[in-house]
Design a protein around this ligand. Structure first.
Ligand SMILES: [Zn+2]
Length: 95
């Protein structure tokens, strides 16, 4: 029972962390936030990041201004690297 609760808490914490990182990176226009829409070639912006714990990937969903949605999957390791980059970028802005 305790194990299950810990697992849920971990999932929640990870989700919350990535939502915060996502908001920050969006406001400072970090790389990884923008893509070219494969349908109309317009700029698309990252809409949501969802962890898929069973497969060990993060699903990033992008949406362009014409409403097309497409997604890409990133491994946990790659996502961790991206979070580190966001923090480094933030540190550079602060000091
Ligand atoms: Zn589009």
């Amino acid at each position: 029972m305790e194990k299950v609760r810990n697992k849920l808490a971990k999932k929640f914490a990870m989700k919350a962390l990535f939502m915060i990182i996502f908001q920050i990176s969006k406001s400072i226009h970090m790389s990884g936030i923008f893509r070219k829409c494969p349908f109309c070639k317009e700029n698309a912006i990252l809409k949501i990041i969802e962890p898929d714990f069973q497969r060990g990937v993060f699903k990033r969903t992008f949406k362009c201004k014409n409403g097309h949605e497409f997604s890409e999957e990133v491994s946990f390791d790659e996502e961790r690297k991206w979070v580190k980059e966001v923090f480094e970028e933030l540190t550079k802005m602060l000091y």
